[in-house]
Design a protein around this ligand. Structure first.
Ligand SMILES: [Fe+2]
Ligand SMILES: [Fe+2]
Length: 288
């Protein structure tokens, strides 16, 4: 995907300051996209990181993945769950620290952006299964990472965060407009550049770039609509949220894109709320 290469100096500086994603994540992202890679090769690569392996096994044995019996080896986990789910587990374990910066990010309570991201991942996965989407394999990951740009922005603009909050609360500007006014670009813009720099696949870049306006996504509008609806639902549920003004309505075109109506959306809200309440705590703990 072609993300606009000419970036404001400020964005370049932010991207430079963001810690590189670990080699293991880059390797797993590449390997899980390569049809020639075998389960044994993936097992061998992930096993080189024992801490990550232990955390993957811990998560994969949680109720969320509904294993028929306890999985005790990485190889078994890969056979049961498949490459894409293993990829989302690797990303969940690896991004846990990145999304837990120890200070609040504007719009969220302390630690809230991780709560929001996990809730959005769970809701995206749920919606994806409901619409029988072909993009199912990536929905959890896209939901998990959709606001990485907001995290990066929040960490980088120390004084300007107050301006964004002020513009949202006192001037009633929507989040993206407040960001544009305060820093000249949005967390979606920054997220797309990060995803591109991290060499993420197109569907993830689009979800990060267009989740507030999914119809702007020309080639990945199904995935982007799924993440958009999940995001709006979990904001409405208040997961990790500090500012009421963060909430936004579901774009009717996103529902149309998925051939769904308001009654379906209402039922999704109820289902997502129950699932998040029941399952999200398993992802919220800090991993070793
Ligand atoms: Fe966002
Ligand atoms: Fe979000």
């Amino acid at each position: 995907m072609n993300v606009e290469k000419k970036l404001p100096e400020k964005v370049l500086r932010i991207i430079k300051d963001i810690p590189a994603i670990p080699d293991i994540v880059v390797a797993v992202m590449q390997m899980t996209r390569d049809p020639d890679v075998t389960a044994k090769q993936l097992t061998d690569r992930i096993s080189q990181d024992p801490g990550l392996t232990a955390n993957i096994l811990r998560l994969c044995n949680s109720a969320y993945y509904g294993m028929p019996r306890v999985v005790s080896s990485l190889n078994q986990a890969i056979m049961y769950l498949g490459f894409h789910t293993i990829r989302s587990l690797v990303l969940t374990c690896s991004f846990n620290r990145f999304f837990n910066p120890g200070k609040p990010i504007y719009g969220y309570v302390k630690g809230g952006i991780w709560h929001h991201s996990i809730a959005c991942a769970i809701a995206s996965d749920l919606i994806c299964k409901q619409v029988h989407s072909e993009v199912h394999d990536s929905a959890f990951t896209a939901g998990l990472l959709h606001d990485a740009g907001q995290l990066a922005l929040g960490l980088s603009i120390k004084d300007t965060a107050d301006t964004i909050i002020d513009l949202m609360t006192n001037e009633n500007l929507p989040e993206l407009e407040a960001e544009r006014e305060a820093v000249g670009f949005t967390h979606e813009d920054l997220g797309a550049h990060l995803a591109d720099a991290w060499n993420f696949p197109d569907e993830l870049i689009h979800a990060m770039q267009h989740h507030h306006n999914p119809i702007e996504s020309e080639t990945q509008s199904e995935m982007t609509s799924i993440v958009h609806i999940a995001d709006a639902i979990v904001l409405d549920l208040g997961c990790g949220v500090d500012l009421e003004q963060m909430k936004y309505p579901v774009n009717p075109n996103a529902l149309k894109m998925l051939n769904k109506d308001q009654a379906w959306l209402d039922s999704m809200k109820v289902e997502a709320a129950a699932l998040i309440e029941e399952q999200s705590f398993q992802f919220l703990q800090t991993f070793d």
